[in-house]
Design a protein around this ligand. Structure first.
Ligand SMILES: Cc1ncc(COP(=O)(O)O)c(C=O)c1O
Length: 275
């Protein structure tokens, strides 16, 4: 049997073009159609996995979620959200009440403000670190051992571009009983795949590199952990931070050129650095 595009391991540069396409059948569209429907027919009582209603699931999300999940090397499709911060809120919901969140002090200001607002309400304690100082972060993780810890990484940070030692910090956070979320917005899966470094959940502001044309605001999460994915999906369904079909279609269209855009901007950056 000839392997299909779905089961052949593809390089990220190929995946951005090939993943999330409709099945290669005669007369099938090559590109994904936009599905505009709030509600889906049922011929029996709803069962888990049924579409039912557009806040729970939407065929318009599937191709993008499949493509991003495969790009990040996740065992499951990603989850698309109405914004990066909508995705961040879902990720922070994984912290048990009374827990601790360790964040880079120069993480994206919106993520820091969101975590600070939740900390202010007493949901958890927020600790900030210089994420490029591995020894300092390791010391903070040790200090928070077994305190229902979430280590939040962003590498490079926006806007200070500090780089974290993701694998080392993730291993330490896991050893301390914690979960690790990595905001991969700036690197994109073309340059780094934090799940391969052991991170539990990867976050994107799809608004930036992935969509790439400054015409949508969207977010996404990817994980290989089925239980975490179920909780994140339930958060999205209940809090309603869902993406519009057209925005997701645009994001997938933007994703098709991600590898080329990354290549060109790195070449441009190299010229600027030299000058
Ligand atoms: C690194 C990073 N993470 C998260 C966000 C939040 O994403 P959004 O603006 O899509 O809500 C941003 C936005 O600038 C960002 O730069």
């Amino acid at each position: 049997m000839t392997p299909s595009a779905e089961d052949t391991p593809l390089a990220p540069d190929t995946l951005v073009v090939a993943a999330g396409r409709p099945p290669r059948e005669h007369d099938a569209p090559v590109n994904t159609p936009i599905v505009l429907s709030s509600t889906f027919f049922g011929t029996r009582a709803p069962e888990p996995g049924d579409r039912v209603y557009g806040r729970m699931s939407n065929p318009a999300w599937d191709p993008f979620e499949e493509a991003l999940g495969r790009l990040e090397g996740a065992d499951h499709p990603a989850l698309v959200f109405s914004s990066g911060l909508g995705a961040a809120a879902a990720a922070l919901s994984l912290v048990p009440t009374g827990g601790v969140v360790i964040m880079p002090k120069h993480a994206y200001a919106g993520s820091l403000s969101l975590a600070a607002a939740e900390a202010h309400l007493g949901r958890f304690t927020l600790r900030t670190v210089n994420v490029a100082d591995t020894e300092a972060v390791l010391a903070e993780i040790e200090e928070q051992r077994e305190k229902k810890l979430m280590l939040w990484l962003e590498s490079p940070t926006n806007p200070m571009l500090e780089v974290a030692e993701t694998a080392v910090l993730t291993e330490a956070a896991h050893a301390a009983g914690g979960l690790v979320v990595a905001d991969n917005t700036f690197n994109t899966p073309i340059l780094s795949r934090p799940l391969e470094d052991g991170v539990d959940v990867v976050l994107h502001s799809v608004t930036k590199w992935l969509a790439g044309h400054s015409d949508v605001v969207l977010g996404a999460l990817a994980t290989s952990d089925s239980e975490l994915r179920e909780r994140l999906q339930a958060h999205r369904t209940l809090h309603g931070a869902i993406a519009g079909p057209f925005e997701v279609w645009l994001a997938l269209r933007g994703l098709r050129t991600l590898a080329l855009r990354m290549e060109r901007s790195q070449a441009n950056a190299a010229v600027l650095a030299e000058r």
